[in-house]
Design a protein around this ligand. Structure first.
Ligand code: NAD
Ligand code: UDP
Length: 347
């Protein structure tokens, strides 16, 4: 199948491109490189053995997008493009509402124009309200979000629901609610490429490991959890990438099914197993053979004590579950950092 990845040069898009190429799909990307480098696409082409075309464009350019969908005979789109920094979304909410929502509206309009009916959307576990108890199922309410970034995801989910309900092309969508993707392709050729000081746990740890940052601050050691630090559902980015390939298969089955299938399906993508922040630090040290200096600091505003997935729907509908361990995640994250101390060559 011909598949377009918006934001395909980014962290999750680049790993997904490899999983899709390995499943025999023809992969195209569209990215404005606002948070990525063309070097990622070059390396994905090298790793996958498929020359990936990447259109240097803003997804808000609807006519150009519709033209690409038609010319490349795209049958399915995976929409990764958007901004993702929670903290920045609090200081620049309009930037986030503009980019995350306008790209989604533009994409839906272009798909309608070009007659493309299959969509996979990068959503987030952060659409669930603060008070939802873990393990969280997709039946839990969404929208009680603590920051503008998460609200853009909840709003986009609603926009996709509304577009599907009135779609002239029979839009079918899967909303993948990612938990905490970490790690990298085991080759260490592609990985997460944060600008400046990382906000997220694993890139912070790898930069401490590399000596770029002096020590990790663990945000809060007095939560009501087994070791006092927060619990999260960390998932290897290659497991996450493979979930997208399974979602493409799911949409194909849905299109050829005689029975009624829902037009828009939210699906949690995690391992279902919670690990604490301290578990991650200790596993990283054990698997890579050196300590990570850390201290316990104050809680970070907005952090939920425990957030992990009920993954039964992913198993049932996608025939998928995560197979890689926390040790795999920690080893592969360090391989990427070690081989690419400055990330990609940013242009
Ligand atoms: P990323 O920043 O690495 O990738 C996003 C890509 O989109 C980048 O290459 C960026 O250049 C591109 N982009 C942004 N705005 C664009 C625009 N207007 N036009 C064209 N390209 C544009 O982020 P990621 O970690 O790969 O995340 C991918 C998606 O998954 C995002 O939508 C993110 O919100 C979502 N998500 C990520 C995580 C996570 O922890 N990484 C968790 C939940 C959800
Ligand atoms: N965290 C931490 N120190 C850091 C970064 C993150 O202790 O420098 C903790 C954070 O408080 C949370 C967990 O690690 O409990 C995961 O945070 P991250 O920002 O990676 O993802 P989130 O779950 O917030 O989306």
């Amino acid at each position: 199948m011909n598949i377009l990845l918006t934001g395909g040069a980014g962290y999750i898009g680049s790993h997904t491109a490899i999983a899709l190429a390995e499943s025999g799909h023809s992969v195209f990307a569209a990215d404005n490189f606002s948070n990525s480098s063309p070097e990622a696409i070059r390396r994905v082409s090298e790793l996958s053995g498929q020359r990936i075309s990447c259109f240097d464009m803003d997804i808000r350019n609807t006519p150009m997008l519709a033209d690409i969908l038609l010319r490349k005979e795209i049958q399915c789109v995976i929409h990764f493009a958007g901004y993702k920094a929670v903290g920045e979304s609090l200081t620049k909410p309009l930037l986030y509402y503009d980019n995350n929502i306008a790209t989604t509206v533009s994409l839906l309009a272009a798909m309608e124009e070009a007659g493309v009916s299959r969509l996979i959307f990068s959503s987030s576990a952060s659409v669930y309200g603060e008070d939802a108890p873990s393990p969280i199922s997709e039946e839990a309410g969404i929208g009680g979000c603590t920051n503008p970034y998460s609200r853009t995801k909840a709003i986009c989910e609603q926009i996709i629901q509304d577009a599907a309900a009135s779609s002239p092309v029979g839009l079918q969508a899967v909303l993948l609610r990612y938990f905490n993707p970490i790690g990298a392709h085991p080759s260490g050729m592609i990985g997460e490429n944060p600008h400046g000081i990382p906000n997220n746990l694993m890139p912070y740890i790898t930069q401490v490991a590399a000596g770029i940052l002096p020590e990790l601050t663990i945000f809060g050691g007095d939560y009501d959890t087994p070791d006092g630090t927060c619990l999260r559902d960390f998932i290897h980015v290659m497991d996450l990438a493979e979930a997208h390939a399974q979602a493409v298969e799911y949409l194909s089955r849905a299109a050829s099914s005689n029975t009624d299938v829902p037009t828009v399906v939210p699906i949690n993508i995690g391992t279902g197993t919670p690990y604490s922040v301290l578990d991650v630090v200790k596993t990283f040290s054990d698997v890579n053979g050196f300590p990570i200096p850390y201290h316990i600091g104050a809680r970070r505003d907005g952090d939920i004590p425990a957030l992990y997935a009920d993954v039964s729907r992913a198993e049932q509908l996608l025939h998928w579950h995560a197979t890689r361990s926390l040790a795999d995640m920690c080893r592969d994250a360090w391989t990427w950092q070690r081989k690419n101390p400055e990330g990609y060559w940013l242009r």
